[in-house]
Design a protein around this ligand. Structure first.
Ligand code: NAP
Ligand code: MG
Length: 494
């Protein structure tokens, strides 16, 4: 087997060997054609685990043109055969789940259980969209006149650019690839530079499963060069982007003049509202899971607890002791419950938020500083006395920092929850059905969870944020197909 991963059999791939140089895919083949390679680093120990080509705008130009050319054939393949490719890819990915999960664990700094869960979800995503093949069927309509009939056809958009973030290395590419390919599109995939190896593995599985050459192009390199070129390629009909709000908005501005379809899944500042009649132990479990999984680096992470003042003290005390028990450490250790942040810059950024919050009067109840030693660790942090108008209450931290805000009643809870530019996910913990209903109706978020975590969203149900958290189009569920298709009306007369 080759150390560069180019001609290896998929069964031989493992993080130690094949990813030393994971190729991109441009045109109709895997490519090692790069002057420079970008190292992929394990944030637990700073070790380099592999590399990907540093492509340039010319590579992306060729990839986009190839996607357009080879995508036409794919669009004419019967949808049931496209679904069959996804099913086979799911089986191949499942067979190699342990190796992919290990890759994801290392490149993403994710504990083993989380990494395995994300790979399993990616397998499920391929299967789920294969099963939705019937949703692509058109409808027939009464003609409104004799010898007349209308029919709709659901067509692919053409070439879709998919740009994904480092914090969801496998599931984010999977949830764009699967519905886009099922619908008959070609895909130009640009994974995050920090975590491109899981995405490489997914594309390998698709080709092993019989995806025709050239239908998915894998381009790697910096977002501002390769990502921008992939989004603005003249052959691209739709861009599905998951990442930060700043980059998403800049992309939308760039694309506005071209009428390209744009889907943006952006940041969040998600709250868990805890009412006095909540089961506090259960609420704390949901809050802990959503606040500290992926070390808080999730768009749906719980980063605020908005608690009724009657139960603030007992809830803070439960959270403080759970945080003290949380095992933080390298992901190679199976006992680790919370791994590192993605890089040194993220540690510095998170610590900046904590420092400014303290300066604004908040109190550190637990954590509040980087963990010394190798790797990019930050202690799980709990802060009280956080003012609703402060930065920590309103801006996305993307780290293991939980801000507690006290409120006097349900209306104030809703007002505080909405006092952020974001509107992704919100949880409410209560045993009062009417109160939960009121909050579910009032809060300006795309996702509301009653007595559950803000994160860990189901694949089968539509997911997406309001306000600065994204565009209205959804990922997950049957709705995801809407973005990757366009409806053609055919009127028949005879
Ligand atoms: P990011 O910096 O916005 O990057 C996202 C992707 O865009 C990466 O592949 C990046 O490439 C690329 N990119 C950067 N600049 C670009 C440009 N000018 N043109 C085109 N592409 C460009 O986000 P991130 O730091 O990777 O991810 C964290 C963010 O994603 C958080 O804000 C989080 O909330 C959000 N997120 C949202 C969801 C959701 O579903 N709503 C899910 C997960 C994450 P490089 O890696 O090469 O920079
Ligand atoms: Mg970034």
């Amino acid at each position: 087997m080759q150390a560069d991963g180019g001609a290896t059999e998929l069964r031989d791939l493992s993080v130690e060997t094949a990813f030393r140089r994971a190729p991109g895919y441009v045109g109709r083949s895997w490519t090692h054609d790069a002057d420079r390679w970008i190292d992929v680093v394990d944030p637990s120990d700073g070790e380099t685990i592999g590399s990907v080509p540093q492509m340039d705008a010319g590579d992306v130009d060729r990839a986009g043109a190839a996607a357009a050319e080879y995508g036409r054939e794919w669009a004419s393949v019967p949808a049931s055969e496209r679904a069959a490719v996804l099913l086979r890819a799911a089986a191949i990915l499942e067979k190699h789940a342990a190796a992919v999960a290990d890759t994801l664990r290392r490149e993403g700094g994710r504990p083993r259980l989380e990494a395995g869960g994300e790979v399993a979800k990616s397998v499920q995503t391929f299967r789920y969209y294969a099963g939705l093949v019937g949703a692509l069927d058109g409808r027939a309509f009464d003609g409104g006149a004799p010898r007349m009939r209308h029919e709709t056809r659901r067509e692919p958009v053409g070439v879709v650019t998919a740009i994904t973030p480092w914090n969801v290395p496998a599931a984010s590419p999977a949830r764009k690839l699967a519905p886009a390919l099922l619908a008959g599109n070609a895909v130009l995939l640009k994974p995050a530079t920090a975590t491109p190896l899981s995405a490489y593995f997914l594309v390998r599985c698709l080709y092993e499963a019989g995806l025709p050459d050239g239908v998915v192009q894998l381009v790697t390199g910096s977002g501002s060069v390769v990502g921008a070129a992939a989004a603005t390629h003249p052959d691209v009909g739709a861009v599905s982007f998951t990442g930060s709000t700043d980059v998403g908005i800049a992309l939308q501005r760039e694309l506005a003049g071209r009428l390209t379809k744009v889907q943006l899944e952006l940041g969040g500042k998600n709250a868990a509202i805890v009412l006095p009649d909540a089961d506090l132990e259960r609420a704390a479990s949901s809050i802990m899971a959503a606040a500290f999984a992926a070390a808080g680096q999730q768009c749906t992470a719980t980063s605020r607890v908005i608690v009724h003042r009657e139960v603030a003290a007992p809830l803070v005390s439960i959270l403080r002791s759970r945080i003290e028990e949380l095992r933080v450490g390298p992901t190679a250790d199976d006992r680790t419950e919370m791994g590192p942040l993605i890089d040194a810059g993220q540690v510095e950024s998170v610590h900046g938020f904590v420092g400014r919050a303290v300066a604004a009067g908040a109190k550190v109840e637990a954590g509040g500083e980087p963990v010394r030693g190798t790797g990019y660790f930050y202690a799980p942090t709990l802060m009280t006395g956080v003012q609703p108008s402060s930065e920590l209450a309103r801006e996305e931290v993307f780290g293991p920092v939980l801000a507690v805000l006290e409120v006097a009643d349900l209306d104030e809870a809703v007002a505080v929850a909405d006092r952020t530019p974001y509107g992704l996910s919100c949880a409410v913990h209560t045993s009062d059905v009417a109160a939960a209903q009121r909050i579910a109706a009032a809060v300006d978020c795309g996702v509301i969870s009653v007595n559950g975590p803000t994160a860990g969203i189901e694949l089968t149900a539509p997911f997406g944020g309001f306000k600065a958290s994204g565009t209205p189009s959804k990922e997950h569920g049957p709705e995801a197909l809407d973005f990757f298709t366009r409806t053609k009306l055919v009127t028949w007369r005879w």
